[in-house]
Design a protein around this ligand. Structure first.
Ligand code: TRP
Ligand code: SF4
Length: 405
């Protein structure tokens, strides 16, 4: 796994069965990424608690089913690390440590916070845990020194938040003790004239961002023959106001939101009750599509239709080849095919895709120990990396208690 390009981390809350919108929007992307990158995919069960703390008995089942859906779609446990958030304790611990340096105003400003508070008015989610949602998510990402986080647009503010927390952490804890004092001592060694010039350039660069100043300072330091290379390094670092990078800033990898419409033409979403699930049976798919909405202007078979006004056509665009697509467009516009006829090849393609999902899922459905093993293995692998980062964090925060009083 070590020769893969970049480390990638993503997570999904375990809230129930996944549907084709998840497949086309998120999971296909995960599957593509897993062969060339080192991927970590996490079941965010603790995040479920932020909104559903009073109803926890379904979480385990949801988590297992969600993992089966991932595997059904082609996420491959021999290529990726799949694990459950609460099984890697470092997530909880780093989240707590980060919460100490998180300004409350940053949390209150996160757009998803206000939106969700408004949307879930009927629920009492005015809790510390819900406000801290992005802190926990930051811990998830930062523990793995993640380079890219594939997410949808709705999560961008959380990634930005993570970057800000990482920067704040490095700023607070990344400075070596006595860094400034040591630098000042070296400056004195430059002699009065050069020291004054260095100070002037330092201010120009740090306050005004003047890049020329840093160039000039480089010349100055190159000439400082009485300084050791270590001392010159120190002055460079001081000039750039660098602190040690302990937590690395991740970047979002924006996943195109799925264009897959639901059965009613709106976006496919569980809350609209317009979904086709991953691992749904043939008859149920067929009957759902048969009653699916079509171009409202096409009341009788003899009425000419417009595919662009029909959600069935949107699905054809995802599922059918060009020949079928041409057949749909021509047949619809000329009223030479009926809507049921038009839906037939679509049903067939979706059913074939589902058969592949089911085939992959079958061994796991039959023996839930297989999932348990994958998750244990994943937690172990994740934990090895998470522990390492958490140790660095605790060292930087002077929380290691290794007897140096
Ligand atoms: N908040 C994400 C969502 O609702 C789930 C999530 C939790 C996540 N931790 C993460 C996503 C870390 C990416 C990285 O979709
Ligand atoms: Fe939609 Fe096909 Fe009917 Fe045209 S023929 S309205 S594309 S279902």
């Amino acid at each position: 796994m070590n020769n893969k390009n970049s480390r990638i981390f993503s997570g999904m809350r375990a809230t129930g069965k996944l549907h084709l919108g998840h497949y086309h929007g998120v999971l296909k992307n995960w599957v593509d990424l897993q062969y060339t990158n080192e991927c970590f995919f996490m079941v965010a069960d603790l995040h479920v608690l932020t909104t559903q703390y009073e109803r926890t008995k379904d979480i385990e089942q949801h988590a297992y089913n969600m993992v089966i859906d991932w595997l059904a779609c082609g996420v491959d446990p021999s290529q990726t690390t799949i694990f459950i958030q609460s099984q890697v304790r470092e997530h909880t611990e780093l989240a707590l440590l980060l919460s100490m340096i998180t300004p409350r105003s940053w949390l209150e400003r996160v757009p998803t916070y206000k939106e969700m508070m408004e949307k879930l008015k009927h629920k009492d989610i005015d809790t510390y845990g819900f406000l801290g949602y992005p802190v926990l998510q930051s811990a998830d990402i930062l523990l793995y020194k993640t380079k890219y986080v594939p997410v949808g647009e709705d999560q961008l503010s959380h990634i930005e938040f993570t970057r800000e927390i990482a920067r704040r952490f490095n700023h607070i804890y990344g400075c070596e003790d006595g860094f400034e004092k040591k630098a000042r001592e070296v400056i004195k060694k430059l002699g009065n004239k050069k020291a004054a010039l260095y100070e002037k350039l330092l201010i120009e660069y740090q306050q005004d961002g003047n890049d020329e100043a840093i160039e000039k300072a480089r010349y100055l330091l190159d000439d400082a023959v009485n300084l050791s290379s270590g001392e010159i390094e120190r002055l460079f670092a001081f000039l750039e106001n660098k602190s040690r990078v302990i937590l690395t800033e991740p970047e979002a990898l924006l996943t195109q939101t799925s264009k897959l419409p639901g059965l009613d033409g709106q976006k496919m979403s569980k809350s609209y009750n317009n979904t086709i699930f991953i691992r749904e049976d043939k008859d149920s798919i067929s009957s759902k599509i048969k009653v699916m909405q079509t171009d409202p202007a096409r009341i009788r078979k003899t009425d000419k239709g417009d595919p662009n006004k029909c959600p069935v056509w949107q699905l054809h665009k995802v599922y059918s080849n060009t020949t079928t697509c041409d057949w749909v467009v021509n047949g619809c516009k000329s009223a030479s095919i009926g809507c049921l006829e038009c839906k037939k090849p679509l049903i067939d393609s979706i059913v074939i895709e589902q058969e592949q999902f089911r085939l992959k899922a079958l061994p796991f459905e039959e023996d839930c120990n297989l999932i348990k093993n994958i998750l244990e293995d994943g937690a172990e692998r994740a934990s090895a990396i998470a522990k390492h980062t958490l140790n660095e964090v605790k060292e930087a925060m002077h929380l290691t208690y290794n007897g140096n009083i």
